[in-house]
Ligand binder design. Structure first.
Ligand code: HEM
Length: 230
């Protein structure tokens, strides 16, 4: 799911995760002692539903999850979105001329080139899906990227269309009880970035003939770099 790391790479990744965990603990401790007007201070100083304050471990765990889940997902979405809009120059020019189109363009970016293209599920009971029997406790890999190009749902699914009426029917934020907690934030961040860029640098262009290099991961998708010319 997160790549085929060799032994050395696994050690590097584990070391990085451990130092990230320590950063979250230190952040929680600091905000507990010196609260400021931010989300982290609210989390660490807020009691749970029984009135009990969160333990440092619980607070650090929440911070760890949110910082991780909210970082690469959104940065990759911004790269994917800029790439697709600039490749389809008419789409970019449309947004520069009419920023009210941006929210639907964000949905089409999420549908056409999401930053999370596979996710996991485990069955709790036996289930039959589309005629296929799946036992309990089965590990499933959900192909979100493929679902977003389902021709039974999306007309001409391989066509990037910022005016697509049902663009928002994508599954890029998952669904059900575990629907992405950060979906409104991701939508807001992407909208604001596109509003700012279409205002500040409407002449923005992709550097021609660049090749895109993607990390070997099946869950997250986004180029390692995207070269543009203001
Ligand atoms: C483009 C940006 C993002 C995409 C494509 C994305 C995608 C996803 C997906 C596919 C899931 C799994 C949903 C499921 O199991 O049904 C998920 C879960 C989650 N996401 Fe996001 N996400 C994004 C941004 C964010 C941001 C900005 C945050 C937080 C600041 C965030 C926090 C979470 C959390 C906490 C969960 C777990 C929810 C749960 O298990 O109940 N995500 N996201």
């Amino acid at each position: 799911m997160f790549g085929h790391a060799n032994d050395d790479q696994q050690v590097t990744a584990a070391t990085g995760m451990a130092s990230f965990w320590r950063y979250c603990e230190a952040l929680a401790n600091d905000r507990r002692a010196n609260p400021v007007d931010d989300f982290t201070s609210d989390i660490v100083n807020r009691p749970d539903e029984t009135g009990r304050p969160l333990t440092q471990q619980e607070a650090a765990t929440i911070l760890f999850g949110l910082l991780l889940a909210g970082h690469e997902t959104t940065t990759n979405l911004l790269s994917n979105g800029l790439r697709r809009l600039l490749e389809n120059r008419a789409s970019w020019d449309t947004l520069c001329a009419d920023q009210t189109m941006i929210p639907n363009a964000v949905e089409e970016i999420l549908r056409y080139d999401s930053s999370v293209i596979h996710w996991r599920r485990r069955t709790t009971t036996p289930v039959t899906l589309n005629g296929i029997d799946i036992p309990a406790d089965a590990n499933l890999l959900l192909c979100i990227g493929a679902a977003n190009r389902d021709p039974e749902v999306f007309d001409q699914p391989d066509h990037f269309d910022i005016g697509r009426p049902n663009a928002r029917d994508h599954l890029s934020f998952g669904g059900g009880a575990h629907l992405c907690l950060g979906a409104p934030l991701a939508r807001l961040e992407t909208r604001i970035v596109l509003e700012e860029l279409t205002t500040a640098v409407p002449e923005l262009r992709l550097i021609p003939d660049q090749t895109y290099d993607f990390p070997p991961i099946i869950a997250f998708r986004g180029p390692r770099s995207l070269l543009v010319n203001p």
